[in-house]
Design a protein around this ligand. Sequence first.
Ligand code: SF4
Length: 492
Amino acid sequence: MPPDVRRAIVQAKQKEDAGTRAALSLSTIAGNIETAEVHQSPICQDTGMPTFEIKTPSGTNQVQMKKMIHEAIALATKNGKLRPNSVDSLTGENSGDNLGPGTPVIHFEQWEKDEIEIRLILKGGGCENKNIQYSLPCELDGLGRAGRDLDGIRKCILHSVYQAQGQGCSAGFIGVGIGGDRTSGYALAKEQLFRKVDDVNPNASLAAMEDYILDKANDLGIGTMGFGGQVTLLGCKIGVMNRLPACFFVSVAYNCWAFRRQGVTLDSQTGEIKAWLYKDEEVKVTSENDQAVNGESQKDIIVLEAPISEEKIRSLKVGDVVVINGEMHIGRDALHNYLMDHDSPVNLEGGIIYHCGPVMLKDEQGEWHVKAAGPTTSIREEPYQADIIKKFGIRAVIGKGGMGAKTLAGLKECGGVYLNAIGGAAQYYANCIEKVEGVDLLEFGIPEAMWHLKVKGFTAIVTMDSHGNSLHADVEKSSLQRLAELKEPVFK
Ligand code: SF4
């Protein structure tokens, strides 16, 4: 993770009050960054869509470069640095090596310089799902009409942060593309994510807009993971290009806090690295001495161990911090779909389901080991979750970003809770897994299989309880009110 991103996270930690849910989350994130670095393991289990932006002088063999990139991607996947993330869109089959039509993404551009520049970003699916494109003029929740002018653009960008809530693993960074067509607008937005967090936009109007958005987005009170708090956005970069007279798009690429990008320049003759593009300074991110994880706030923690009784679950309320020991089962999209009309391979009565797509490696003795195991976005399971809770007697569901009204009603009816783990804290949670007890439905692929785990000290926060309360619904409501306060025009 580059130093400018680390610096933004360190500054965010300083802004949050000790002992709050946001401070606990940021401490976990900081500890996770440290652990990932020490073990050279993925910061987050979702190692994203590898996207390369390459500039070459004329005469460079791009076919050979592409071949070498493919070999490197396959090797990094085999070594557990990248999760197998390339899935056939029609059959759902995972290619297993991160190679396939459209994966990885490689864009070449020829330039006048004599050297080769390569930039890489690993952007995960949770935040990719929170990208958004606006076609102006349009009507926006809380903000009213966004017209075809600077102030309309301002409204769209504020709205993009609001609609992401905590689901893209906030606190996040946004790249914005103004203009273009539907595809080039998104490409421009993603390109902005390669800019350093602390650079200054050469266009004075856009520089002022970037500062304004960063300031006001943090007033929305969405906070880290959508738990509420002072810091929602860590960076905003805006680019502009021409458009057709009939079209006016504002495209936003949302990136989570696990903002992984790197770049090099290479000697075009020898291939040697001449310079690193994002390694100007060492910035240490640490959770050492954080009161949020080490201090007073630990004393109220509740321990859960499956099978969990209905009485115990009904005693929990939104805001409680819980620590899970014992058994839990990983399940995400493919498993939820499967369980709708099949029996579970194991008894789930009183049990805990974890929405996660882990990175797993098998050793020579055939034992599985967890390399990364943070939560995935839970809202994808909304169509299934309440039915599955009811059918199998599940008491707790762990994930990130919260779930909707149907699940909330299911938790109330059956006696269950939704626990929000810290999105992206894949090393922190991998360390909580004492043993992989077994796996079923491996034919769904490693990220989608049903893994059976034994955990210790797995911390999460109750954000939806069995009494009809949802922290996610509350934060969404209050942030909408604050968004509406920003309705008046600011930029002419
Ligand atoms: S931190 Fe969250 S959004 Fe980012 S890659 Fe990980 S799970 Fe996805």
